[in-house]
Design a protein around this ligand. Structure first.
Ligand SMILES: [Zn+2]
Length: 116
């Protein structure tokens, strides 16, 4: 069984509120566009959380599906917070994205089933 890291456990305070200290006024990453494109090219997985409203701009961030790269799992809403509210991602995740040169590995259906 592979271990997958759900970033929502690291960045959410409760079910649908991001820790305030992780939202910044300024762009944090010079390579933000590349990071966004990595996040958007993850393998889509089943939805495992409730619909998500952005508490900052009241946008409805739907659908609440999740992406994965086989190691990390992130909600579609992560992209909204990264682009609109300068969300600070877990350091190890950003390091991994950069080390892969922003190319998100594809995860096979078989591997997806192994995640729990
Ligand atoms: Zn927002």
């Amino acid at each position: 069984m592979k271990k997958i890291i759900d970033i929502s456990h690291l960045i959410l305070r409760n079910e649908n509120e991001i820790k305030a200290e992780l939202l910044h006024d300024k762009v944090l990453y010079q390579d933000i566009e590349s990071i966004v494109s990595y996040l958007e090219s993850g393998t889509m997985t089943i939805s495992i959380s409730s619909p998500f409203h952005c508490s900052k701009c009241d946008d409805y961030v739907a659908p609440c599906s999740h992406y994965t790269d086989g190691e990390w799992l992130w909600g579609v809403w992560t992209v909204h917070f990264l682009k609109e509210h300068n969300l600070e991602l877990p350091k190890k995740f950003v390091e991994k994205i950069r080390s892969l040169k922003y190319k998100c590995p594809k995860v096979s259906e078989k591997d997806l089933l192994e995640f729990s």
